[in-house]
Design a protein around this ligand. Structure first.
Ligand code: AMP
Length: 442
């Protein structure tokens, strides 16, 4: 059998790739209005960055990372040699750690400077068991704001995220915005112990994984998909009952700003999110329609300790990431029309072979004027050229015949109305130029 794309990955065929391009551009346009600027970081980083940044005890680091290894280094490993830290590389499982690394490396938030607002879009890689909405290579669009801890930053990002989802066509009524505060280094450790004690007190009722989590990362037990565990954990102590006064004040302020902006949200004290680095605000947007058990289309939170964790100075930060493929599932369920195939403005058809050089030249002239033009390269009959024009969705066909050409004219047929008229070749550039420059969805 011919070689297939690896499990958990898929190709974006042209119409889908155009939608991804539209999706990313729309996100960047909206986020740009809030002052976010693009950044591109490598698809792989030193494994150490993710281990220190995301946290060794998280699922992402413990089992979901893909290692990136050169042939030479693989050989070394097979020979039983150890690799230097610099050679231990992983494909990025998420965007935040790389962006924060870049911010620290290039000192993008000088001491006392204004916050830096960055946005990115691209593939992420996780060695997960593939299922609906859970891929091994998927696309994320995300933002990171570093250098400000004020609650307006959190609220602004959440509002921006919801605005984007609505703009790309996910109905507001289909989405659920969950918010929570995870406390900080002062109040969370004591809370974590309370959850650990709670899990230990329910050893027999919780799954093995949750019992294991009690030792390494007890808050993850809230994420367990096992319905029995979920039922038990519903009675576990709630972080929001154990916040320090500063975290409580911050959380109340974030919620106040969301309310003021007219955004409805659900407080979910069980929302802990997978990664270790979150402090204070966390949020997630879920959609039920069209999704399997993976119903989060986007989420994020505050990570005030991460920059220091990866070797920079203390710099507060906040970010979110949204998953393109899950948004597509939500859009499909909402009946949104995502496909807008690229259509051809004009197809140059040749009545005889000797006019082909003229068709080639004219197609080039109108393309230079900004119009999408196509023609047949394979010496098809005129009838087959019309079939091809139809298949390409050509709006007009310019038919070149030797007689018309001799008079300096081409016949133009509108494929919608079937009307035909003779056009002066001299006027062609102006005539077709007016159809050019159309963007996706126009
Ligand atoms: P996370 O970095 O886990 O918070 O993920 C942010 C968003 O990326 C999620 O809300 C999903 O929409 C998407 N996402 C995460 N993991 C996957 C995956 N394995 N496959 C597809 N989308 C994913």
């Amino acid at each position: 059998m011919a070689i297939q794309a690896p499990e958990g990955t898929f190709d974006l065929l042209p119409d889908e790739a155009r939608h991804w391009d539209f999706f990313r551009r729309t996100a960047f346009e909206i986020f740009g209005r809030y002052g976010y600027r693009p950044i591109e970081t490598p698809l792989f980083e030193q494994t150490e960055l993710f281990v220190r940044g995301i946290g060794e005890a998280t699922d992402v680091v413990s089992k979901e990372m893909f290692t990136a290894i050169s042939g030479g280094n693989l050989q070394k490993l097979l020979n039983g040699e150890k690799l230097k830290g610099k050679s231990r590389l992983s494909l990025r499982p998420e965007g935040t750690a790389g962006v924060v690394r870049a911010v620290v490396q290039h000192d993008l938030v000088p001491q006392g400077g204004a916050p830096v607002k960055l946005m990115y879009a691209g593939p992420m890689f996780r060695a997960e068991r593939p299922q609906k909405g859970r891929l091994r290579q998927f696309r994320q669009v995300g933002i990171e704001c570093l250098g400000a801890e004020e609650p307006t930053v959190d609220a602004e990002a959440i509002i921006m995220l919801m605005r984007f989802f609505e703009r790309i066509g996910i109905p507001a009524g289909d989405m659920r915005l969950l918010v929570n505060s995870m406390g900080c280094e002062r109040c969370r450790p004591a809370y974590r112990e309370l959850v650990r004690d709670f899990i230990r007190a329910h050893v027999d009722e919780l799954c093995e994984e949750c019992n294991h989590r009690a030792e390494v990362n007890p808050l993850r037990a809230f994420d367990c998909k096992n319905p029995d565990c979920a039922r038990i954990m519903a009675d576990a102590p709630k972080i929001t009952d154990h916040l320090c006064p500063e975290c409580r004040e911050h959380y109340e302020a974030v919620k106040g700003h969301l309310e003021h902006a007219g955004l409805s949200y659900i407080e979910d004290p069980k929302l802990v999110r997978g990664l270790d680095y979150y402090t204070r605000t966390v949020f997630e947007v879920q959609v039920d329609n069209g999704m399997g058990s993976q119903n989060a289309i986007g989420g994020g939170g505050r990570y005030d300790k991460l920059a220091k964790e990866v070797g920079g100075r203390d710099t507060p930060g906040l970010g979110f990431a949204l998953g393109y493929e899950r948004c597509v599932l939500a859009l499909e369920a909402a009946g949104a029309n995502m496909m807008s195939p690229q259509s051809v403005d004009v197809f140059f058809a040749c009545a005889t072979d000797d006019v082909r050089p003229a068709a080639f030249e004219m197609a080039q002239i109108v393309r230079d004027a900004g119009t999408t033009a196509e023609l047949d390269h394979q010496h098809r009959s005129l009838k087959s050229q019309f079939k091809l024009a139809d298949k390409l969705g050509a709006r007009r066909v310019a038919i070149l015949g030797p007689d018309e050409l001799a008079q300096g004219k081409v016949k133009v047929r509108d494929m919608g109305t079937h009307e035909e008229h003779l056009l002066d070749i001299d006027a062609m550039e102006r005539f077709f130029g007016q159809f050019g420059g159309k963007k996706f969805g126009e």
